[in-house]
Design a protein around this ligand. Structure first.
Ligand code: PLP
Length: 326
């Protein structure tokens, strides 16, 4: 704002990052423009209204606001959008407007590092109950919430002070870690960003419209990708219905409705707990409840009525357009 910037522009999947930036810009009297993936825009109208309430302009992506959005819509008018496409639209907007700056909500290593306050606090909380985690679990879209929780504990693991296992959960519909390749790829679909070394299903992959909109990203953060590559973090994938079932069970036990993204972590925490029960083992399971699902009740309603598709597992990926294999 002091540098004369008038507007911040961003993408949002679930809408949580867009909401955060909308509020921050309201505090600083800046304008905010959010490209929200079209599937989420339609699934979660109240999330859009919340961003508008905080003063942001919100457009469903792909939109007709940008050249790239128009091109995508021409090729496929029913395109459900993806974080990659929304990032491209946000960057194109900024390139054309010197008074605007782009702000990315995940993926980049420094964004992950900002979130490590979560893990620092979790470590203090674990110390208060005099326990160490045996498992550290989180969902992964670009990687920010899980890195936030896990990296401070991984530091202890690498220093030989902790024996925990680290599990990153992604949707089977967008399986960059479990079925993708480790390559240099663009962070966005149009190819406007620098190349990033990461696990990816390819920047041209059209992510199925699952309700966990924040996990509909083709790649994963470089720093987390290297931890997976070196087997320090173990990736697993979960199907949409298993995830919503876990979210339902958690809601009934705790009274807290987890976001569909976070319900991936809940699902895996429950799987590990069941395994421990079968083996008669007592373990400490730490997982990140990255967001609430009170604006995702449409998705939960679909699940309760039996209308939610189980598994939009992709048959193929977009590896042919990868700029460089590693
Ligand atoms: C509640 C929630 N959890 C997780 C994510 C995934 O993003 P990341 O992997 O950057 O934490 C999102 C993204 O929108 C989200 O809204």
């Amino acid at each position: 704002m002091k540098e004369g910037v008038e507007r911040l522009v961003t993408e949002t999947g679930a809408g949580q990052w867009g909401t955060a930036l909308a509020l921050a810009t309201a505090f600083f009297d800046l304008k905010c423009r959010v490209f929200m993936t079209r599937a989420s825009y339609n699934q979660k109208p109240y999330r859009r209204i919340m961003m508008e309430l905080y003063g942001a302009e919100v457009f469903p992506s792909p939109s007709s606001m940008t050249d790239f959005g128009r091109r995508v819509l021409k090729e496929r008018p029913d395109h459900p959008g993806s974080l990659g496409v929304a990032i491209s639209e946000a960057i194109e907007t900024v390139i054309k407007d010197p008074k605007s700056k782009y702000s990315l909500g995940s993926v980049l290593n420094h964004v992950l590092m900002h979130q490590t306050v979560i893990g620092q606090e979790a470590k203090m909380q674990m110390a208060m109950i005099d326990r160490n985690p045996d498992y550290v679990i989180g969902c992964v879209g670009g990687g920010s919430n899980y890195a936030g929780l896990a990296y401070p504990f991984i530091q202890d693991k690498l220093n030989g002070k902790l024996a925990a296992e680290f599990i990153a959960v992604e949707p089977t519909a967008v399986p960059s870690f479990t079925r993708g390749v480790y390559a240099y790829d663009f962070g966005d679909t149009a190819g406007l960003t620098p190349l990033l070394p990461m696990y990816t299903v390819g920047h041209n992959f059209v992510t199925p419209p699952i309700h966990a909109g924040g996990l509909r990203y083709h790649g994963k953060a470089p720093s987390m990708s290297i931890l997976v590559k070196n087997s320090i973090i173990k990736p697993v994938a979960a199907t949409q219905r298993d995830v919503f079932e876990a979210g339902k069970t958690f809601s009934r036990c705790e009274g807290i409705v987890p976001a569909p993204e976070s319900a991936h972590a809940v699902y895996m925490a429950m799987e590990i707990a069941k395994m421990c029960r079968e083996k008669n083992e007592k373990k400490v399971i730490l997982f990140n409840l990255s967001g609430h699902g009170l604006l995702d009740l449409g998705g939960y309603g679909e699940y309760l009525s039996g209308a939610l598709p189980d598994n939009c597992e992709p048959k193929s990926f977009a590896f042919e357009d990868l700029p460089m294999m590693i």
